[in-house]
Design a protein around this ligand. Structure first.
Ligand code: NAP
Length: 290
């Protein structure tokens, strides 16, 4: 039985910090409404640090007791929450990060819908991939993207300002995917990006460069053309058109920004909690930038 079938009020929410501009409540409340379910999606801002154990434990206890039906987890707790779960799904274990908490047969399971959410939205590029991706950034979201791409057969070059960060990500994802030859790190310099991208590459921005309020920043070097025949996926979703996505558009390079991934990971979390079909279209329509 899904939680939705017993007519109960469904309490969902998001753990993170800060959460001031989160669009998740509008997405999930639209999904609840369209499914004819009564419920709410609340924000639980929890500052990271020595004091965070008590509020995190309290929310986890509410999930175990059934008072909360599901939680999303975002920055900075996606790895921290690993300490609180009974089990991990295969993707969360591989990526080392959780964005969805769900009770399954009495066990609190940490899952990761960022990976399938990214892959789902990537299909919207309507571009024939050539198999090489240049991934800008080596932080939390880059791990999910690297895992998504390598486990789908792509070759991935990870570019980071601190090369050791790129190398470490490449080694870890190469190891969990049993594909050391499919991923490596480079330094984030114009020359090495130019060499790595070559022709036909997919450029994925997993840095906050270009994100509100730093909308004038572009993670791609100004003097280097985007790969001819390639494509761009910018994880940043605020603003709707980033400096990078504008550059791609005027260069005739297919491009998407991160709103679709945000919606897709949310729809997949909603499915995990309620058993309803992932409501991609309903959540897409509900999406509004703050
Ligand atoms: P993160 O863990 O802080 O990692 C950011 C990475 O970008 C780090 O490697 C950082 O390097 C690098 N970086 C930061 N500024 C840079 C710059 N100006 N030039 C080159 N590299 C730079 O952040 P995250 O959680 O991965 O998030 C990254 C972006 O993705 C954010 O804008 C976030 O909103 C977006 N995101 C979108 C979705 C979605 O659903 N669409 C999901 C997750 C994240 P240093 O360590 O050297 O600073």
């Amino acid at each position: 039985m899904t939680r939705s079938e017993n007519g109960a009020f469904i309490r969902l929410g998001l753990i993170g910090y800060p959460l001031g501009h989160s669009v998740s409540p509008m997405l999930h409340e639209a999904a609840l409404k369209s499914a004819g379910l009564s419920g709410e999606y609340r924000l639980y801002p929890i500052q990271p640090g020595p004091e965070d154990s008590q509020p995190l434990t309290s929310l986890i206890d509410d999930m175990r007791a059934g008072a909360l039906a599901g939680l999303n987890v975002t920055i900075p707790h996606k790895r921290r929450i690993l300490d609180f779960v009974d089990d991990l799904d295969m993707i969360a274990r591989s990526v080392g990060a959780v964005n969805t908490l769900v009770m399954r047969e009495g066990h609190l399971v940490g899952e990761n819908t960022d990976v399938p959410g990214f892959l789902h939205d990537l299909k919207g590029l309507r571009w024939s991939p050539e198999g090489t991706a240049v991934l800008l950034g080596a932080g939390g979201s880059a791990r999910a993207v690297a895992y998504a791409l390598v486990s789908s057969g792509w070759d991935v070059v990870v570019a980071a300002r601190r090369k050791e960060q790129a190398d470490q990500l490449a080694e870890e994802i190469g190891s969990v995917c049993h594909a050391f030859m499919k991923i490596h790190g480079i330094e984030f310099t114009p020359q090495s990006l130019k060499e790595a991208a070559g022709k036909n590459a997919l450029v994925v921005n997993a840095t906050p460069s270009g994100m509100h309020p730093k909308v004038k920043e572009c993670p791609w070097p100004e003097n280097i053309p985007l790969p001819a025949g390639g494509a761009v996926y910018d994880l940043v979703y605020n603003p709707a058109e980033t400096k990078l996505s504008r550059l791609a558009r005027v260069s005739g390079v297919p491009v998407l920004t991160g709103a679709g991934m945000l919606v897709a990971q949310a729809a997949l979390s909603f499915h995990a909690w309620t058993g309803y079909e992932p409501p991609f279209t309903i959540m897409q329509k509900a999406f509004r930038l703050p």
